[in-house]
Ligand binder design. Structure first.
Ligand code: ADP
Ligand code: MG
Length: 682
């Protein structure tokens, strides 16, 4: 058709196909990356900026001082080194004042990018080379080829640098974003209320968008680097405000639905608590009381039960389940692994034996083995409590009157799975449990649609797990320690990151480790191997053997992470520990120290770890409080990763970064309260 795109005025909601420079192929590629509208494109923020308004003459470079230089490439040369597959790419960059060397490691493709004669900008920290003349050297500097457009959008100003997105280079993105900004009208709709904008003296939205991409001259570099300019903050606030609005709406909707009121009178609550095989901690009682209060309401509960690993969430949820069953309703309890399902089923059976309620264990295996009988008893309501894996969400599973859904270790499930389970009833109460403890303010950001209960106390008598970081060379000593501990009646688990051999290190493979330990290190002990590829029966058998003590040393992948309870397990060794996140290591560590035995967690980093890697592990050695660890973990990671704890359906934050913008979250809430009253958050 040969349609030409005129420079029309676009709106934020306009499709990107309207933008000059975006053909059907690009549009498709962008759409795949979730970028469909002009607004989506503008939310691709620079991950850093370069002040290219000030290039430093090469002659003025100082060692160790970050600098941007501009010059012409000479003597570009790719070399292979004696180490196989290892390459060096060297060049000399010349400007009017002199030359500087630059070197990239293992990036052979640069040969085709940085060619002799091309005008490029390098940004990096010059150092003095270990050998040769004392000429400053840029190692792996950032670079940009200026091509034949040395001025304009790409240089001569503070320039945005984007991550490669939808196969678009930083340069293409910069061009497109610049163009999109130019076509936007000055006045645009603002998600923030006018009163808020006025009260906080915020920049208008159009300027904020323009300035985060193309900061005005003189914008402070450190604010830019941290994403803390007034423009960044404005956009982050907008986003968090929108998020809080969405949460408020979700809560409102939940509260307007009709649920299954299951009121438990105070005198009956005592009796309920008495069913537990031990005295509940105060924190457990408090959480239970909050849950029971919710269950008594006319609308469905939506509650997150948070508590560090081992704090005893299971029993609280079980008692709540009983309260619901007392009313003649059913409960579905979903857990991520079959091992855990079986373990919960055992605890549940013990409690339920004191009542008249029946339970069923539903895994993909049990379904096969018991045919339709199990399903029929659930469908007819003869079973009050169904505990199972995601087998619970199959179509064939029907409930008669499902009134409570419990999702355990929710970070292992997607939102969709949660919804499917809830869909088995009509607006059942929902209790979501997580052992990835996060600070309260962050919980608000991630789970703002839920109420939160917190168990912040451990059952009495727990001996904190002693944690140590040991170098790989000390592995033999660790094995000796395991042997002693087994001699004293303890049991040890060794967690490794992968099932099979990888190029990384033999220690990272469960198979290898198992073979080595069972044949040469502990030939006289029973060594077991557990991983996700084993059949269900095998996994069950091995876990049972570890529980009973028939297996004394268990080699496992992270399938061990979730919820298994073996009180005699007293040593946990994690190989390649620096490859795990802190919160995950804390979870894994939580598998020991569940009884009264003193327990140890030994973290062995990879041979090729970095000093920071070891430093990070030290945090675990020093801190046992899961919340504090989560806080540290958070400050070490990008929020994107951390938000992963909520999995898909996570409020998708594109501008705001947590914890960086946590204070803005408070502001957003205050503004929302101001507008709608406190009711949205009671
Ligand atoms: P988590 O919160 O990690 O799911 P669990 O519910 O599995 O923890 O409980 C961990 C262990 O603590 C279990 O063996 C459980 O029986 C025990 N436990 C829980 N609450 C108490 C309590 N109040 N007193 C003694 N032991 C308890
Ligand atoms: Mg648990």
């Amino acid at each position: 058709m040969g349609r030409t795109k005129r420079e029309v005025v676009l709106r934020l909601g306009s499709s990107l196909t309207e933008l000059r420079g975006i053909g059907p192929r690009r549009a498709e590629c962008l759409a795949e990356a979730g970028i469909a509208t002009v607004e989506d494109l503008l939310m691709v923020l620079p991950f850093r900026y370069e002040d290219r308004s000030r290039f430093i003459p090469v002659a003025d470079l100082l060692v160790d001082a970050p600098a941007t230089v501009r010059g012409t490439v000479r003597n570009a040369r790719l070399r292979r080194t004696r180490i196989r597959g290892f390459t060096l790419f060297d060049l000399r960059l010349e400007d009017e004042t002199g030359g500087i060397a630059a070197r990239w490691f293992n990036q052979p493709y640069l040969r085709n990018v940085l060619k002799d004669g091309s005008l490029v900008v390098l940004h990096g920290v010059p150092s003095l080379p270990e050998q040769g003349p004392p000429l400053p050297l840029f190692k792996n500097p950032q670079f940009e080829v200026l091509g034949d457009d040395p001025e304009g959008t790409h240089t001569g100003r503070i320039v945005p640098i984007y991550r490669r997105t939808a196969d678009l280079s930083t340069r293409s993105l910069r061009t497109l974003i610049h163009r999109a900004l130019a076509t936007l009208p000055e006045a645009m709709e603002d998600p923030l209320p006018e009163a808020t904008v006025r009260r906080l003296s915020l920049e208008d939205r159009a300027s904020a968008l323009r300035n985060v991409h193309f900061p005005p001259a003189g914008t402070e570099a450190s604010l830019l680097a941290q994403g803390l300019t007034i423009s960044h903050r404005r956009l982050a606030l907008e986003e968090l405000y929108r998020l809080q609005c969405a949460f408020a709406r979700a809560r409102g909707q939940r509260r307007s639905r009709e649920g299954f009121p299951c009121f438990v009178p105070p005198d009956r609550q005592e009796g309920l608590i008495a069913l537990a095989p031990f005295n509940l901690t105060d924190a457990q009682k408090r959480a239970l009381a909050e849950i029971l209060a919710d269950l008594g309401r006319s609308y469905p509960m939506g509650r997150l039960l948070q508590g560090d690993v081992g704090c005893g969430k299971t029993v609280v949820a079980l008692l709540a389940a009983i309260a619901v069953m007392e009313r003649g309703y059913q409960v579905a309890w979903m857990v991520p692994t079959e091992i855990l399902a079986e373990q919960h089923a055992r605890s549940a059976e013990e409690l339920l034996s004191k009542t008249s309620h029946a339970m069923a264990l539903l895994t993909s295996q049990s379904r096969v083995s018991s045919g339709g009988e199990l399903l029929a008893s659930i469908a007819q309501g003869r079973v009050g409590l169904a505990i199972g894996t995601h087998a619970l969400i199959q179509d064939a599973v029907r409930f008669r009157r499902l009134a409570l859904v419990v999702v355990d270790e929710q970070h292992r499930f997607g939102v969709r799975q949660r919804e499917l389970l809830g869909g088995k009833g009509s607006n059942p109460h929902q209790l979501i449990m997580t052992a990835t403890p996060i600070p309260r303010s962050l919980a608000m950001a991630l789970y703002g649609d839920l109420d939160v209960s917190l168990i912040d106390e451990m059952p009495p008598g727990r001996v904190p797990v002693r944690t140590a970081v040991r170098a790989p060379q000390e592995r033999e000593k660790v094995y000796r320690f395991i042997r002693e501990e087994v001699g004293r009646g303890g049991r040890a688990a060794i967690v490794v990151p992968a099932i099979r051999d990888s190029q990384l290190a033999p220690e990272s493979s469960a198979m290898n480790t198992f073979r080595r330990l069972s044949s040469s290190v502990f030939p006289d002990l029973q060594v077991g191997l557990l991983h996700g590829k084993l059949s269900w029966e095998e996994r069950q058998r091995i876990m049972r053997e570890f529980s009973s003590g028939a297996v004394q040393v268990l080699v496992s992948t992270t399938v061990l992470e979730v919820g298994v309870d073996v009180p005699e397990a007293s040593v946990m060794v994690v190989e390649q520990a620096d490859r795990f996140g802190l919160a995950q290591l804390h979870q894994i560590r939580g598998r020991v120290g569940r009884g009264i035995r003193p327990s140890w967690c030994i973290l062995i980093p990879a041979e090729r770890t970095t000093p920071q890697g070891v430093e990070r592990l030290r945090i675990l050695a020093e801190i046992s409080d899961g919340f504090e660890i989560a806080r540290r973990d958070l400050s070490l990671r990008r929020s994107g990763e951390f938000l992963g704890v909520r999995q898909s359906g996570t409020p998708d934050l594109r501008v705001a970064d947590l914890p960086r913008d946590l204070d803005l979250l408070e502001v957003a809430r205050a503004e929302l309260e101001d507008r709608f009253g406190k009711s949205f958050d009671s």
